[in-house]
Unconditional design. Structure first.
Length: 321
């Protein structure tokens, strides 16, 4: 399967931004969606989420949302189709990216607990075709940020989007989206995935996260849940997780172990912004080049909640309940 990255600007042509009309399905992706009831239901839910969000936005927001949705549709078709377009699209891939997109448009947490605050997505989009510039950034904001703690969280959530409106020279592209992994009255974790192109052979993808302790009104730190022993255990857990992923990606066996030394794995383990949390547990994100060649892409080390509990200090601030 191919992964569509921005190597230049995405040309946005007229395309459907709502749910597919199966009486007019023409492309392989459209036909695959219409041929599978569960997938069509997911596409309908996406269309409903898009329409509900659009109705709540002003004119500038509507334009930014539409442009971002059209861009996403192109990416969806590329991600879930073969290079030669000869084989049917991957239905499981279409389901996954459609649900992820719906969750973002509705700002739905993957794991929610009691007292979770409500979120909504904010879209910023700037396109200058003459200068070869496209910026498409989405981040969450709180529906209610009335308390001092919520104001601090709201500012942190907008932080990864800083500079989206800065003056730049083309060619330049920046794409950013988010996933709310965990939200409750105790803890919020939001993961950001971004891609930036500044010319040259290729751009760079990167990830970051905001983790916030609601009752204390501050960002989570590593010291809030792991000590030196926990750090060593996290490095070992990430070695196990990423070793398995490298094998699945077909990385030559002789290259796997040499890329998974303690120092390399610690580059993300030692950064709280590389950690995010969702229904699976902790995800420790490694950017391209951190653990291998650019062609390998990025990696997410997954540490299940049960294993994470064993690595955590007594009185950990993480929401294990």
């Amino acid at each position: 399967m191919r992964v569509l990255l921005l190597s230049g600007l995405l040309t946005v042509a007229a395309a459907p931004a709502f749910a597919i009309d199966c009486t007019r399905a023409a492309t392989p992706v459209e036909k695959t969606i219409c041929g599978k009831p569960a997938l069509k239901a997911a596409d309908d839910a996406l269309g409903a989420a898009y329409s509900a969000l659009r109705a709540s936005l002003d004119a500038a927001g509507k334009a930014a949302l539409r442009g971002d949705q059209l861009k996403w549709l192109k990416q969806r078709d590329g991600i879930c189709s073969e290079w030669d377009q000869a084989s049917p699209p991957d239905a499981a891939c279409l389901m996954r990216v459609t649900v992820e997109r719906t969750d973002m448009l509705t700002a739905k947490p993957l794991r929610a607990g009691p007292g979770a605050p409500a979120f909504r997505p904010v879209f910023y989009r700037r396109v200058d075709e003459a200068a070869s510039i496209e910026v498409s950034v989405v981040y969450p904001e709180l529906v209610d940020a009335s308390s001092p703690a919520l104001k601090r969280l709201d500012a942190l959530l907008a932080g990864p989007a800083d500079g989206a409106d800065q003056a730049v020279e083309g060619p330049y592209g920046r794409i950013m989206s988010f996933r709310i992994g965990y939200a409750s009255g105790r803890f919020v974790s939001v993961r950001y995935d971004a891609y930036e192109f500044t010319g040259g052979a290729h751009g760079m993808s990167y990830g970051s996260a905001v983790n916030f302790l609601m009752a204390e009104g501050r960002a989570l730190t590593l010291a809030d849940f792991i000590d030196a022993n926990g750090r060593a255990g996290a490095i070992a857990a990430c070695r196990d997780s990423i070793r398995a992923q490298k094998r699945e990606r077909g990385v030559p066996v002789e290259m796997i172990e040499e890329s998974l030394g303690d120092e390399a794995l610690a580059t993300a383990v030692d950064q709280i912004t590389a950690w995010s949390f969702d229904d699976r547990g902790a995800l420790v994100h490694y950017n391209p080049y951190d653990l291998g060649s650019y062609a390998e892409g990025d990696y997410d080390c997954v540490i299940p909640w049960a294993r994470l509990r064993g690595l955590s200090i007594a009185g950990s601030k993480l929401p294990f309940d």
